[in-house]
Write a protein that binds this ligand. Structure first.
Ligand SMILES: *Cc1c(COP(=O)(O)O)cnc(C)c1O
Length: 426
């Protein structure tokens, strides 16, 4: 029987056998013992399943990955050391030097730098298109060497909603998968696979952990994209891997396992960007209450957005849960139960007023982080998006005076009083 998402948050991924620990064990061991060298060799050849070395795979990480996989409705998943590592590995697993990716321009600043600067240096080119662009513009962005399309369900921090169905259709018409970063929505509010996405990534550092304790990431495969239909496009999956004695991932592990097995056996082995078992353990504690926290984040954010929307000192509020929002209809379609706890807004007094406002907050803290239990606030253009040029800021949907408020799960009245008082103090 397939359990509902609330049950999966609490129980999926780990089922102890007789006499085993009730809670996911923290396997803090770099290495694993075998009775014979021969048994170990089989693991090195990917001939049998098991653990060798925690740079590649670790049981604690795998239990947590299995929970996230169940929540997203995928066939295979892996944890990574950060959200950045997840997005890098998700793309690099199917792209190399000379390849090209179509990407939404409204994405997290760190992901933008990773793609536009660092991966460009590795010979992978990205064409950034507005998530709101028309179909012709989207089509025109593809090239013969395009290997993937990338976007964020709800973009950080511009809060644009990706029309997942439309982007998936365009990707599939060009024979490539759609990769969706589902960090802000979480599988509680949106499951991109149900709308045609092929691979989902997460920064588990955000709502999944939810308590700002652990940096981490995850990659989930839907198992639906047929790499073998385009063998020349994805030789890494459909041709022999010389570093594993010629294994062909799609042949040996099927569509349901090929992508994640390659990313684990090859890229984790070589890049070593795995999550620590302790972080995975803490992330799991967060996951156990994700389904309880997300509705509260959404409800508090809606109340805050409504308050700001009616305040005379506020010039603009961006929250897709507000009926006037440009993304209201897309939000209703993809996230009928709510989007996330992040609200952005601008003040009539511009950047100067924004700085005074932030300094005047008592309950909400100024932190880089977003999406945890405590209400927090950030000025993106001066901090997380500081490296972006003015043109890049506009493309990313970040105005210079934008304030990003990550609404926590405290009492909404206290959060709103804090905001009201800080607005008074300007
Ligand atoms: C934070 C974030 C990332 C990066 O995740 P880290 O865990 O900080 O490396 C990627 N995508 C989105 C949407 C994010 O908010």
């Amino acid at each position: 029987m397939e359990y509902k998402k609330d049950t999966k948050c609490v129980q999926a991924g780990y089922t102890p056998k007789n006499g085993e620990p009730r809670v996911i064990p923290i396997v803090h061991s770099t290495t694993f013992k075998y009775d014979s060298s021969g048994k170990m060799s089989k693991l090195f050849d990917l001939e049998s399943e098991g653990y060798l070395y925690s740079r590649i795979q670790n049981p604690t990480c795998d239990y947590v990955a299995a929970k996230i996989c169940a929540l997203e409705g995928g066939t295979a998943a892996m944890l990574t050391g950060s959200g950045q590592a997840a997005n890098f590995i998700a793309v690099f697993n199917i792209c190399g030097s000379g390849d090209h990716v179509v990407c939404s321009s409204e994405i997290y600043g760190g992901t933008y730098n990773l793609f536009a600067v660092t991966m460009k240096r590795m010979g992978i080119e990205f064409t950034f298109v507005s998530p709101d662009c028309d179909d012709d513009t989207l089509k025109a962005a593809f090239r013969p060497n395009t290997k993937a399309v990338f976007g964020e369900t709800i973009s950080n921090p511009s809060l644009t909603i990706l029309d997942i169905e439309r982007f998936a259709k365009a990707a599939h018409e060009h024979g490539v998968p759609l990769i969706v970063d589902n960090t802000f929505a979480t599988p509680i509010n949106c499951r991109p696979f149900e709308w045609g996405a092929d691979i989902v990534t997460h920064s588990t550092s955000k709502y999944m952990d939810g308590h700002a304790t652990s940096i981490g990431g995850a990659i989930v495969d839907s198992g639906k994209f047929d790499w073998t239909e385009y063998p020349d496009k994805f030789p890494g999956l459909t041709m022999p891997d010389e570093s594993y004695h010629g294994v062909i991932y799609t042949e040996k592990f099927g569509l349901e396992g090929a992508y994640i097995t390659k990313a684990t056996a090859q890229l984790m082995r070589d890049l070593g960007a795995i999550q620590s078992p302790m972080s995975a353990f803490l992330t799991n504690i967060g996951l156990e209450s994700l389904h309880v926290r997300m509705p509260k984040h959404c409800e508090n954010a809606r109340l805050v957005a409504e308050f700001l929307n009616n305040h005379e000192k506020v010039s603009k509020v961006n929250y897709s849960g507000l009926p006037g929002s440009k993304y209201y209809n897309l939000a209703k379609k993809y996230m009928p139960e709510g989007t996330c706890g992040v609200v952005t807004f601008s003040l009539k007094g511009g950047i100067e007023a924004a700085e005074k406002f932030m300094a005047g907050l008592r309950l909400a803290a100024i932190v880089t982080h977003v999406a945890d239990a405590r209400t927090s606030v950030l000025h993106p253009a001066a901090t997380t998006h500081r490296q972006l040029s003015e043109a890049e800021l506009i493309a990313a949907g970040v105005t210079k005076d934008m304030i990003r408020l990550s609404v926590g799960i405290e009492d909404a009245e206290d959060i709103i009083s804090d905001i009201a008082e800080a607005l008074e103090r300007i």
